[in-house]
Design a protein around this ligand. Structure first.
Ligand code: LLP
Length: 427
């Protein structure tokens, strides 16, 4: 986070507050989110894309009522992919027309609630869903604005589980074999639907713009084919999210203005060549907005030195608050933040307190050799897909999210209690 600083005496402050004070006030483990950094990133995306384009924050990265209010105030739209995310968005006052509903298997109830609320966009992911949304909208006497999600067939260079545009995966309708063209044909004939555009999301944690460029080109080719076949120019395209952030110093993220420029140029060029009017572009960054704005603070409980191997440093959280290392081999860094140390750096592995050896938060890290129980460790860049993918494994209590702003911390999602857990257990 931009506002995490270490002064000359080694005191680490966040938004002007000493991390030790934060730990005392809010406990550990906890996620601390820099509200001003979040808002600044929202503004950077909005300004980069300008008034001719829309930025949809991908709520799956992390969503709460406070986040919805910040997004609403900063002029962003919101992508939701479940009834729960939709309820959070509507409940916190995001205007329905600024919400897009996603998902490869939305339930009838989710679709009904979205259409009733008047969401601005539903992204259709299958032939069944084209018929289903049309039917529901018609029954409600509405015409729902929709996009069709296509699979453009590019290999995004990222982990297999978070790549989504190659053919052998569950999302979207393939451009290959005329499937997407057939989906457009059907959507255009159904009264309950107003087809406004084509959607493509190629994957996550991507640094190379080449995949986005291929995707944009292929989406415009489909718009051209639609114009040629139906005499209709679809007015929108959405190029999805997936822009990478720096988890380690090896990662080299693109800035929003570079992304906006690259996408704008390629779409304009392709459209000019095809004689198409340039559609309104939207994007759906999740991680790139929230990821860098938060860090997780842990307390060390035990330290085990394995001769000739490494030192295992166990903290009071683990795979229940950050599953990404176990699931995707994700890389994180870690810092001792409660004091300075002149001790030699030692090869360490930061692990959690769960009952399995894959419960790793940071696979390889150099921590001072005198790291000891009671020390505080910070793991940066945990704003995206950590709290939102947190679990109650081993009946862990999910940590709070604390927004730090104006020299004070404020809980926006409180720590779970044993009572919360036991409330669900009605046997
Ligand atoms: N739009 C669509 C349709 C998506 O499926 C996603 C992410 C996004 C936008 C936002 O992608 P972002 O800009 O945040 O990369 N849990 C994984 C990431 C899965 C992302 C799923 N969809 C992780 O922890 O890396």
């Amino acid at each position: 986070s931009r506002t995490v600083r270490r002064d000359a005496d080694g005191v680490v402050t966040v938004g002007g507050i000493d991390v030790k004070t934060l730990a005392e006030e809010f406990g550990t483990p906890a996620y601390f989110l820099d509200e001003e950094d979040f808002r600044a990133r929202c503004r950077a995306w909005r300004e980069a894309f300008g008034t001719g384009a829309d930025v949809y924050y991908a709520g799956k990265a992390f969503l709460s009522r406070a986040v919805v209010r910040w997004l609403t105030e900063e002029g962003l739209n919101l992508d939701v992919c479940s009834g729960g995310e939709l309820a959070t968005a509507l409940g916190a006052g995001m205007p329905a027309e600024r919400i897009a509903l996603h998902g490869n298997n939305k339930s009838t109830e989710e679709i009904t609630r979205a259409v009733e609320a008047g969401v601005g966009r539903i992204v259709l992911d299958s032939f069944q869903e084209i018929a289903r949304v049309a039917h529901i909208a018609q029954r409600l006497g509405k015409r729902q604005r929709v996009q069709i999600r296509v699979t453009v067939g590019v290999e995004a260079h990222t982990h297999e589980f978070i790549a989504t545009a190659h053919e052998d995966q569950k999302f979207g309708i393939a451009l290959a074999g005329g499937q997407a063209a057939e989906a457009v044909r059907r959507a255009l004939t159904l009264d309950g639907l107003e087809l406004t555009g084509i959607h493509s999301h190629i994957g996550s944690q991507i640094f190379d713009m080449a995949g986005f460029e291929v995707s944009a080109r292929r989406v415009v080719q489909l718009l051209t084919a639609v114009r040629d076949e139906h005499g209709v120019e679809l007015p929108e395209i959405d190029l999805g999210g997936g822009l990478g952030i720096a988890y380690t110093s090896d990662d080299d993220p693109r800035e929003p203005h570079e992304i906006a420029k690259a996408l704008g140029e390629i779409v304009t060029k392709e459209c000019e060549a095809a004689g198409l009017s340039v559609p309104r572009i939207s994007v759906e960054p999740g991680r790139a907005i929230i990821g860098p704005t938060a860090f997780t603070l842990y307390e060390v409980g035990t330290v085990k030195e394995l001769e000739g191997l490494r030192t295992y440093v166990s903290v009071d959280g683990g795979m229940s608050d950050n599953i990404r290392t176990a699931l995707y081999d994700a890389e994180y860094t870690v810092a001792l933040v409660s004091r300075t140390s002149d001790a030699e750096p030692m090869l360490s592995r930061v692990v959690g307190k769960h009952c399995e050896s894959g419960d790793i938060i940071v696979r390889d890290a150099f921590l001072p050799a005198d790291v000891a129980p009671g020390d505080l460790l910070a793991v940066p860049a945990t704003g995206a897909y950590c709290r939102s993918m947190a679990s109650n494994y081993n009946h862990a209590l999910r940590p709070p999210v604390v927004a730090v702003e104006g020299g004070a911390g404020r809980v926006i999602v409180r720590r779970e209690t044993e009572e919360d857990l036991l409330r669900l257990d009605v046997g």
